[in-house]
Design a protein around this ligand. Sequence first.
Ligand code: ATP
Ligand code: ZN
Length: 733
Amino acid sequence: MSHAPVFFPPGARIAVLTCEPVGVLDYLAPEDGVRQGQLVLVPLGPRRVLGLVWAEGTGDFDLAKLRAVGRVLDAEPFSPGFLDFLTRAAEYTLTPLPLMLRMATRAPDIDQPPAARRIIVPGSGVIPRVTEARTRVMAVMAEHGGASFAASELAQLAGVGTSVVKGLVGTGTLAEIEAPRDLPYPALDPGRPGKALDGDQQAASDRLRGAVRGGAYGTTLLRGVTGSGKTEVYLEAVAECLAQGRQALVLLPEIALSAEFLDRVEARFGARPGEWHSGITRTERRRLWHMAGRGQVGLVVGARSALFLPFRDLGLIVVDEEHDGSYKQEDVVYYSARDMAVLRASIARAQVVLASATPSLESWANAASGKYARLDLRSRYGEAELPQMAAIDLRAEAMEPGRWISPTLAAAVTARLAKGEQSLIFLNRRGFAPVTVCRACGEQIGCHQCDARMVEHRFQNRLVCHQCGETRPIPLACPSCGVEGKLAPIGPGVERIAEEVAARFPDAKATVLSSDLFHSARALKETIAEISEGDTDIIIGTQIVAKGHNFPRLTLVGVVDADLGLQGADLRAAERSFQLMRQVAGRAGRISGAAPGVALLQTHQPDHAVIRAILSGQDEAFWDAEAAGRQAAGMPPYGRLAGIILSHPDLDVVSDFARHLAGLAAPLAEVGAELWGPAPAPIARVRGRHRMRMLIRAPRQAPLQAAISDWLAGVRLPTNLRLSVDIDPQSFL
Ligand SMILES: Nc1ncnc2c1ncn2[C@@H]1O[C@H](COP(=O)(O)OP(=O)(O)OP(=O)(O)O)[C@@H](O)[C@H]1O
Ligand SMILES: [Zn+2]
């Protein structure tokens, strides 16, 4: 594709990519002509649908009978590079182009003009009479740092009636003004001085700045131990990118992390970046989408889907905690934001920084082979030391029945309490108990819709299915045998650990941090801020606490069950356990000059190779061993995998079809790929649909996507059968 957008004069035959399954259709260019990459509304049957001017028309449909483009939308045209990215991302992930277009246009009211609207801004007065509701409104205003709100939006975010907002306007505390929609973001100032960097940090910063200045594509693995200052270093790369007048994108795995990050950006550059994730308002979502296209937002901080914003000139993409599983989307469009970041950057002549203390084996191998550059931050910033790590051998502990915190761990917590320091008790399992069993008949309560057990969530007083989200009240009588009072929770979740903590340390202030306990991103962020500044003594948390947080008073991390991730035959079980344990341990002892932190891992298998690797600190040896194992088995990153997931409400339909499909797999064999399955998926039923899986393994260089396309090309799916292709699968459920 050439890199100058083409202009189509009125009446020219053009190909328009629609958001509908029909894909690309020919139309006539409208009265004033239209440019390639412009968003348009086109007639389709009786409807008008969103489309994108894709290319010159190619069809042989009679020109006189073609319909004309209805309207050209008031949005910056997509650049040829962005069109190229969408095309190649679609080819790589085997996603139909219309779905890609949907991903790239996920902003509300995209077809509406940028008319003026009434928004609320800070006024001049102070709050005359302080009420709780008014304080909440002002807190939301402060938290969003000058973002614009409609009155109703502000009220909703604060959980108050619109009258409270109007009241504050009446007193002059807030003001309601007419403003154009979609205001540019305040410029960040890259010239402000950053923090003084230490040796490794300075060297890494120089290299990254040089790479960004070079204006060519490149990917760098920034590997720095926990607390080494990776964020400080990549903010230097952001500064360079902004100084070059280009845009930067920082992807974070968790919105919970964004609050601290936004503060750091503001401290560094004097203004806040644009934010893109599920917690932002519709107004902001629309504004950011447009400003990305116009080049009027310098830095965007976002979740994985920010990668599909129509940036005008992207010069840098940072993928923070690049090993994190949440970068993989496994719904509708299956893609890895980390890998798509590399694709996008290579087209946009941008730099990618993959930052992590515990890189994925994929990135580690790409750095080892020279495909990526690698920079190392080998020690923590300042005087802070890495935590000391040790196992607690549960076989040798006198565990009390119904308790999960060993005497050794409890004693360590007590010692921290005496010194006024914080402890973190970690268990990567939400809810109160993973299984509820009837002591009369042995029944385990399951979900009606899924092959999954219901998980007791005591704080909500309900059973919850972690597959489909269905909830029901905890029954009194067993649904199977009808006996009352015999249902018993088996095993611990974080809520149960919280109960044990309350019983053991009644005077300590404990806080549970689990994603399901917060109804909004704001509530979660508030609690995290409270933990890092406030008087929490004991944090009880799931993996949400493992990532990237700085809790200054935290000196002890206790892992309730270090064996949890080692079970199961997952290809990445060892890698994931290693990453998670290291990350969670890395929260301890991050303050320079204070005593080093301690991480204690409760385990029944202290001699397990992975547990030993976690404790040893020999990271390179761990990766070498993992790499050797994968290489011997022809597994990623040394071989390629693709998953095929089929589902249908009727088990016979899906299993017959799966067998039929497997019988047609000659195109796979032709490229040297093997097909395993079909077999019932490990979670064999979700939301009432029966699921079958197949797994394809191919040599690294094989044209896997082309072979799969050939294979599936002529196949007709039975009604209501869903087929998904997952290239480079992370999950095998
Ligand atoms: N050069 C510096 N000057 C002052 N403070 C620094 C410097 N580098 C790092 N720090 C501080 O050290 C702490 C850890 O830094 P940062 O959060 O950037 O580390 P990280 O490598 O991203 O950690 P993790 O991987 O554990 O999330 C932060 O509080 C940060 O402000
Ligand atoms: Zn369910």
